[in-house]
Design a protein around this ligand. Structure first.
Ligand code: MN
Ligand code: MN
Length: 467
């Protein structure tokens, strides 16, 4: 009989290692991170906040530099935005761009319910918005929770109206109902994946009928409110992007307040720590880049996803402004770059231990996680980082006293997943997955350890500073 393998012996909770100074820094970044999570629940909100923080730190809009024919030199800081949903920050290094960049790449989209283009209906004196879920969710987790609606409505004349309902203390919230347990016999017999139908994820939004209206009076009542609050007509849903997300702020978790409970930590935990690291790094030897993209949860597709040419085009523009552009130099810059694909890993969950292989799992509170490869089954769809790159990173981490662990995503036959790593690796650059362990990933409320948030930020700073 095979003995149950022990977990990797030398890796212990990093909390024991912290002195007062560490704990102060840890609390400082946790606080900022919790605020970011609470304020930014969509890719648009993240992009706006990232630009705000970048400008405060002296970053300038690349488009304006291009328009005015400005030049870029070592120490200059610029950002570029793609359709309000993705953003790239660059801090120009002392060395030529051709020699490559140090890139941190995370995603700022998270699983949610998107409101359809023709969503509003009334049934049995209740008004609903029909939704289409985005990303991988367990549908049964999204019922009976307080929900908020975030997004934008763009009218035909081009004017846009920002929507955010369900977050302020006095705001109403929304929810998706579920069948009561007393009548759930049929539902409880179903497999969990089928227990709640995708078309049953409709959000309850009102119940007062408009006076003197015979037909669809409740729907008309809601429309009257929408008209008053947002100046919108029913047709305006066609050109709206409204995202239904769990309502409420991120919170400290546990009696010891060691963890964070929040919506959207995949992948805002890495996006935020990458941004924070980027803003901390002064004038680097090599150009630093922090890339925050959209659409990772549905395959990195579209103009704002990692597969788009936004990043490559932006690098070309930057090389041009730095007086270094030609096609060959651009290729070399990309090939000579190194990247941390900063994305989350599945934290080991003792309640579901059988999904993990203990020696090669990530643990909440044991530091930032490096994953040599992701993918499924026989590593299908994986970016498999080179041993040489891992060796170099081990040295950077040890030299900078960053606590790290290594992990796969669950047991080999159980499942798997991917990140944006494989897309950047197409340029021939070194790429590895590197992020934070998360419990209940993709659930409305996900768990991280403050210690891992702190270690991730330290890791990203050390990486960006390395020449
Ligand atoms: Mn992710
Ligand atoms: Mn994800």
């Amino acid at each position: 009989m095979m003995k149950e393998a022990k977990e990797a012996p030398e890796k212990k909770s990093v909390w024991e290692k912290y002195d007062k100074k560490d704990l102060e820094k840890l609390e400082k970044i946790s606080k900022k991170y919790i605020k970011f999570l609470s304020d930014c629940k969509t890719e648009r909100e993240c992009t706006l906040e990232v630009v705000r923080q970048a400008e405060e730190a002296g970053y300038r809009n690349l488009d304006e530099i291009i328009e005015t024919g400005g030049a870029l030199k070592a120490g200059d800081k610029v950002y570029a935005v793609c359709m309000k949903k993705a953003v790239a920050l660059f801090c120009i290094g002392k060395r030529p761009l051709e020699e490559g960049m140090n890139i941190l790449g995370a995603h700022i989209d998270s699983p949610r319910l998107d409101i359809k283009q023709n969503p509003l209906y009334e049934d049995s004196d209740m008004a609903y918005l029909d939704t289409h879920y985005y990303g991988g969710i367990k549908k049964y987790q999204w019922v009976t929770l307080p929900l908020a609606i975030h997004g934008v409505v763009v009218k035909k004349d081009g004017t846009a109206c920002t929507v955010c309902v369900g977050e302020k203390k006095d705001d109403p919230v929304f929810c998706v109902s579920d069948i009561l347990i007393h009548l759930a016999g049929e539902q409880m017999e179903k497999k969990a994946g089928k227990a709640v139908d995708g078309e049953a994820l409709d959000v309850l939004i009102g119940s007062i009928p408009l006076k003197d209206k015979e037909k669809d009076a409740v729907k008309k009542g809601v429309l009257e409110i929408l008209k008053k609050e947002y100046g919108m007509e029913e047709d305006d849903f066609i050109s709206a992007e409204l995202e239904v997300v769990p309502a409420g702020a991120a919170r400290e978790l546990g009696f010891d307040r060691s963890m964070i409970l929040s919506y959207g930590q995949d992948d805002r935990v890495c996006a935020y720590t990458s941004l924070d690291a980027m803003l901390e790094v002064g004038e680097p030897e090599k150009t630093s880049c922090c890339l925050l993209v959209d659409k990772e949860e549905i395959g990195s597709v579209g103009a704002t996803g990692m597969q788009s040419h936004f990043f490559e085009n932006t690098v070309a523009e930057i090389m041009d402004r730095a007086g270094e552009y030609n096609e060959l130099k651009l290729r070399r810059c990309l090939r000579n770059s190194r990247m941390l694909s900063s994305d989350v890993n599945a934290g080991f969950d003792p309640l579901y231990a059988s999904a993990f292989e203990k020696k090669n799992a990530s643990y909440c509170g044991r530091g930032v996680v490096f994953s040599k490869f992701t993918g499924s089954r026989g590593k299908s769809g994986s970016n498999d980082a080179n041993a040489e790159y891992l060796a170099a990173l081990r040295k950077i981490m040890d030299d900078n006293k960053v606590n790290y662990q290594t992990a796969e995503l669950g047991k080999v036959d159980v499942g798997g997943g991917g990140t944006i790593a494989y897309i950047l690796s197409l340029y021939g650059m070194e790429v590895i997955d590197c992020g934070v362990a998360v419990l209940s990933m993709h659930a409305p409320w996900e768990v991280t350890s403050k210690a891992d948030v702190y270690e991730a930020q330290k890791c990203y700073v050390a990486f960006l500073k390395d020449a």
